[in-house]
Design a protein around this ligand. Structure first.
Ligand SMILES: Nc1ncnc2c1ncn2[C@@H]1O[C@H](COP(=O)(O)OP(=O)(O)OP(=O)(O)O)[C@@H](O)[C@H]1O
Ligand SMILES: [Mg+2]
Length: 252
């Protein structure tokens, strides 16, 4: 990789930056057909509900509650369509990649407040289990923070809807050989067989208002860092997503 970088006259930071951008654009390319299909659903629903409103209002004694219900559907379908576009725009945005050697624990604690307020909203507890003395990792801090946020949000959404007695999401860091591992564990229901197979497929979602882009985008970002995003069942139950990133130990 460093050979390719020097041929192109790029230092390794710039090369990694390009790779990350290329990986993102490739993902968008793969998604294009899905995007058209996926946007078509809320748009068709909006058109149908709007037509229904018009028909309902044509009656002199129109059932206003029916009209209100249809309008609420129009609004929620429009939010879904714009959420799909917002996430794709964020993915395509070609902001400069800032890769630097960082301490993974500080990457996590920097977004702790944000995650904690998310946890409160979901009525869940957030716990940190950070290992000390971790080797540094070379990452785009903001991109990796997005990945962690996606995983934590998924965990919070899972425990909030599972009716667990003490809903909880735990974020851990650890050194694993020449990798640093970040794990996000929850005590929700865990992934069903279909979700385990399809979780990285763009637009696969089991949630009424999910875009199904959180995990595929996270997977792209982690792969572009030379890392792995994986899943294992949590014990005794629940989901455990882990991110393995090559550390400075791998660089020597
Ligand atoms: N912690 C988890 N527990 C149980 N199921 C999960 C968990 N994380 C992900 N999943 C499953 O994987 C699917 C895909 O997740 P992904 O983050 O890609 O999309 P989403 O969460 O449905 O939508 P979005 O991220 O746009 O809100 C989810 O719909 C859910 O079925
Ligand atoms: Mg998600």
């Amino acid at each position: 990789m460093s050979d390719a970088g020097s041929e192109l006259g790029l230092d390794s930071g710039a090369l990694h930056g390009r790779m990350l951008q290329v990986a993102r654009l490739a993902t968008i390319g793969e998604m294009a057909a899905g995007v058209a299909h996926e946007l078509n659903q809320p748009l068709t629903a909006i058109a149908n509900y709007a037509n229904a409103c018009e028909r309902l209002l044509a009656h002199p004694d129109a059932e206003l509650e029916e009209v209100r219900r249809a309008l609420r559907e129009v609004a929620s379908q429009a939010v879904r369509a714009s959420e799909i576009l917002r996430r794709l725009r964020a993915l395509a945005r070609s902001q400069p990649i800032e890769r630097a050697w960082v301490d993974m624990n500080s990457v996590i604690t920097e977004i702790l407040q944000l995650m904690q307020s998310d946890a409160r909203v979901h009525g869940a507890q957030l716990a940190l289990e950070l290992a000390e003395g971790l080797p540094r990792v070379s990452v785009d801090r903001v991109q990796i923070q997005h990945v962690i946020l996606n995983l934590v949000r998924n965990g919070l959404e899972a425990v909030a809807t599972s009716g667990a007695a003490s809903p909880q999401v735990r974020i851990g860091s650890a050194c694993s050989g020449s990798f640093v591992e970040v794990s996000v564990r929850d005590n929700g229901p865990g992934l069903a067989a279909e979700a385990r197979e399809r979780m990285f497929d763009p637009f696969f979602s089991t949630k009424a208002s999910g875009t199904g882009l959180g995990l595929p985008i996270s997977h792209t970002v982690v792969s572009a860092h030379g890392g792995t995003l994986g899943y294992r069942a949590n014990q005794p139950h629940g989901a455990c997503f882990y991110v393995l990133l090559p550390s400075e130990k791998a660089a020597v």
